[in-house]
Design a protein around this ligand. Structure first.
Ligand code: CP
Length: 318
């Protein structure tokens, strides 16, 4: 594997989930593969889970890591071509090329600006990174996608369904938030879950919050949250800003919060969220703290999702 940007870089999603779950049982079986190898983790935006789970995944494979928080630790980066750099110190072309000289795999997180839809949805920044890196690149969340999160999410669903033993209803529910958020988790989850044949996938969100069709075409979308919850086996809560009115926060109603009462409409559904989550804004304490919440299982699987991707890249180096 030379690049992991989205599910489209995966040959067989079922095999990948199985291989990742194998690593969960035997995390140190491939320690020899990472000997004398370095993974660079570059963050243009904050992270808790992605940063630490990737470091743990690399450790399991015997790799060294370095981490760069660009805004805190480095020069100000110029993202645009042709600018007179009076106010920025290093161009992304040099920054990425240089960093790729200091590692065997480069993993990068960038966020959208949420103001220019075309700029974000063409993944201008991530494509520059792919272009300038001399080594394989992993997407640790880009303007529109978060594939390592989604792989961990589908692994978690696989575990709780005995590997998709029968048909299951999975619902991605928009939930309130105090500020506009990226679409990446919702887009990416939609893209990955739609590849699982045994899943009936529903998205529920307020009017004008429909996701881009490129990602949501495999789903039934409804603006009636209660209707969506009926007989659901999994509820995945996430906020995102409007796609149609790009980056705007159109709905501020707490009516969309995930509550214990709404969960009663489901088929004893498991509750999922990528974290971080704002308690009693996105979801009631009673749901997050219930035995149906599997958010920590998702968190645990972040390690093995990263580990299988790093492993496939390391294998392709030798
Ligand atoms: N879910 C997730 O990506 O968390 P972080 O932003 O903390 O990495």
């Amino acid at each position: 594997m030379k690049k992991f940007f989205s599910v489209e870089d995966v040959i067989d999603i079922y095999d990948l989930i199985k291989e990742a779950l194998f690593l969960k049982n035997r995390p140190y079986d491939f320690r020899h593969i990472g000997k004398n190898k370095t993974i660079g983790l570059v963050f243009f935006n904050p992270s808790l889970r992605t940063r630490i789970s990737c470091q743990k995944a690399a450790f399991n494979l015997g790799c060294h890591t370095w981490v760069l928080d660009v805004h805190r630790d480095s020069w100000t980066i110029e993202m645009n071509d042709g600018n007179i750099m009076n106010f920025t110190q290093e161009h992304i072309k040099e920054a990425i090329s240089v960093m790729s000289m200091y590692c065997d795999i480069l993993a990068v997180r960038t966020f959208p600006n949420l103001s220019d839809k075309d700029y974000d949805y063409q993944e201008i920044i991530f494509n520059k990174i792919l272009n300038y890196s001399r080594v394989p690149v992993v997407n640790m969340e880009s303007a529109t996608l978060h594939p390592l999160q989604s792989l961990a999410d589908v692994m978690t669903i696989a575990e709780f369904t005995s590997f998709f033993k029968k048909r299951y209803k999975v619902v991605l529910s928009w939930a309130p938030h105090v500020k506009p958020l990226p679409h990446s988790v919702a887009n990416s989850f939609s893209q990955w879950i739609s590849k699982i044949e045994q899943i009936d996938f529903t998205i529920t969100c307020p009017e004008r919050y429909n996701l881009h069709k490129k990602f949501s075409h495999g789903a039934y979308t409804t603006h009636n949250q209660n209707e969506a919850f009926i007989n659901a086996d999994f509820i995945y809560a996430k906020n995102w800003s409007s796609y149609l009115d790009y980056g705007k926060m159109l709905c501020k109603s707490s009516d969309w919060m995930i509550t214990e009462n709404k969960m009663k409409l489901t088929n004893k559904a498991k509750f999922m969220h990528c974290l971080p989550v704002r308690r009693n804004v996105v979801v009631e304490d009673a749901v997050l703290d219930s035995r149906y919440s599997i958010v920590l299982e998702q968190v645990k699987n972040r390690i093995y999702a990263s580990q299988i991707i790093f492993l496939k890249m390391l294998e392709s180096l030798s």
